[in-house]
Write a protein that binds this ligand. Structure first.
Ligand SMILES: [Zn+2]
Length: 301
């Protein structure tokens, strides 16, 4: 799994910083998560092929999280895209985007499929044979969801030496990888654990955009591999965090610690702080394995 941060600052695009957007490279999918203004420029800068993006997940309808979407869709029209594009986001996103397309009489020539969300409970929004995606209901000034991306467990790992030793025909390999025992021509049963080892543990990634401190999500995040959690403020401005329904770095760390996350990535910084390192220092007092998102940074996990 690979996470590419296209933008990770709050509020407005600036000369050297971009609002929220990231690309998750997982099991042959490139999932675009949030789409702040300038996202398409960032995609080009990082040489990410537009055509490979088939699913876009939007957390909420504040401008710094989705004003890049109409521009990106307009560019996809100009590029002659034909493949369907799926957009997941709060109820109202379809009306917002289609109004702009209608006013410009620039309808897409590809299927643009909206999956509008309004539930306050976690729900599965995507699934294929290797990955599933669930919403993480958050608490912000407007209806907001994070997203939890989970790999499904892969097949068991075949021990080639063992299968050769027992002279097992190739046609059984698929069944063995799926956990089945094997009956030899001699009538002897060979149990699966003699022929395979556990597959790599499936990875998971949780994206928690703008939200007030919400410990209620910890249960859903238990054991998550990597947690991105906004930290717009530091504890010294906790009152502002409460008022604007955002979190502090320490609160993000408390969510990570409670969930037993493998790693925490902070982002959505207010530009009032000149030095980002202070966010990491504050979070590390609670959760040591904390890293800072920065525009253009790539995380492999
Ligand atoms: Zn917001």
């Amino acid at each position: 799994m690979k996470l590419i941060i296209l933008g990770c600052y709050s509020a407005t695009p600036r000369a050297f910083t971009n609002p929220t957007s990231q690309v998750l490279d997982i099991q042959n999918h490139l999932f675009l998560i949030d789409c702040g203004e300038g996202t398409q420029v960032q995609l080009r800068k990082h040489r990410i092929k537009f055509a490979r993006i088939r699913h876009i997940f939007i957390s909420h309808l504040h401008g710094d999280h989705f004003f890049g979407l109409p521009g990106l869709i307009s560019t996809l029209v100009l590029l002659g895209r034909e493949a369907p594009l799926h957009v997941y986001g709060p109820k109202g996103i379809k009306e917002a985007i289609t109004l702009l397309l209608k006013l410009g009489n620039s309808w897409t020539n590809f299927p643009l499929v909206f999956h509008e969300l309004s539930s306050r409970e976690p729900q599965q929004v995507f699934e294929d044979e290797k990955v599933e995606v669930h919403t993480i209901p958050l608490d912000h000034r407007v209806y907001t969801n994070g997203y939890l991306f989970r790999e499904k467990p892969g097949p068991r790992k075949l021990d080639i030496d063992a299968v050769l030793r027992y002279n097992i025909d190739r046609c059984y390999y698929r069944n063995i990888k799926n956990g089945r025992d094997v009956l030899l021509d001699t009538g002897e049963w060979i149990s699966n654990e003699k022929l395979t080892s556990d597959p790599p543990a499936p990875g998971s990634y949780a994206f928690c955009s703008d939200t007030v401190y919400k410990p209620g999500i910890i249960g859903q995040l238990k054991g998550v591999g990597v947690l991105y959690h906004e930290s717009t403020f530091l504890e010294e401005h906790k009152d502002l965090a409460v008022k604007t329904k955002h979190s502090t770095a320490k609160q993000a760390a408390e969510i990570a610690a409670g969930a037993g996350a493998g790693k925490l990535i902070l982002g959505h910084y207010s530009v009032r702080y000149g030095n980002l390192e202070v966010f990491r220092e504050e979070a590390r007092t609670v959760f040591p394995d904390t890293e800072l998102a920065e525009d253009g940074k790539v995380f492999d996990f």
